[in-house]
Design a protein around this ligand. Structure first.
Ligand SMILES: [Zn+2]
Length: 243
């Protein structure tokens, strides 16, 4: 992954290992935090000349597993924590079963839970804002965020209030959906409400996906009137002008 980043001229990368505690989650005991930091220090030394390597974690439903998540963050020197909504109750957003109902129902269900999650906070970056489109697209086709504008705007107000950045995630370009999450419309609302913190995420789970479609994300940020990228070190944000 580091080699792939260097080959593309990327100067900073974060490894956001999954920390998922939902009882139905197959990845529940996935994260071996001590082994992670040992490996991370190794690659930091190995790539010290070309690449800044950030320690990070993707917290699944941090509003529901607040105690466990905050304990993990307090114990280890993470540079940032993603907050992610993968489960709404007993339903997983990557399972086609999540979408076996009208689009307004599944979408509202998701965004209302996202609103509760961001109201609580306790993380630095909100992952893949409207991730439901990854699988939802296969079921319904394109979706229209303006139908849920009221609740989406409340999510945006919540993240701004907590100083949480938005992850501009390109993973849906590796699926039929072919779009950013969040897309331009939501980015414009964010800017309009005073939001300025965004990070770039290719959400790569394999080296060949590192840095994928990031130029598209940068163009969308500019089109939305955003001017900076946000980087994190030991959970402190630093804003850098867009390239
Ligand atoms: Zn995720």
């Amino acid at each position: 992954m580091c080699e792939a980043a260097v080959a593309q001229g990327i100067s900073e990368i974060g490894f956001t290992e999954h920390y998922d505690l939902h009882p139905d989650e197959w990845e529940r005991d996935w994260f071996k935090v001590d082994a992670y930091f040992v490996e991370l220090e190794k690659v930091r030394a190995q790539f010290a000349r070309d690449l800044t390597v950030r320690a990070a974690v993707e917290l699944g439903e941090p509003h529901i597993f607040q105690l466990e998540c905050q304990e993990l963050l307090a114990k280890h020197p993470f540079d940032y924590a993603l907050g992610s909504l993968h489960w709404v109750g007993r339903r997983l957003v990557f399972d086609p079963q999540f979408f076996n109902r009208p689009i307004d129902e599944s979408s509202r269900d998701f965004f209302e839970e996202l609103e509760r999650m961001t109201r609580v906070g306790g993380f630095d970056v909100l992952s893949h804002f409207d991730v439901i489109v990854r699988v939802g697209f296969d079921v319904y086709g394109a979706y229209d965020p303006t139908r849920y504008e009221d609740v989406i705007r409340q999510v945006l107000r919540n993240v701004i209030e907590h100083g949480i950045a938005l992850d501009i995630n390109t993973a849906a370009f590796r699926r039929r959906a072919q779009r950013l999450t969040p897309g331009l419309e939501i980015l414009r609302w964010y800017r309009e409400l005073g939001g300025e913190r965004v990070t770039l995420g290719s959400d790569a789970h394999r080296p060949e996906h590192v840095g994928g479609h990031l130029p598209v994300a940068i163009e969308a940020l500019k089109a939305a009137g955003l001017t900076h990228l946000t980087f994190f070190e030991r959970r402190q944000a630093r804003l850098v002008p867009l390239p």
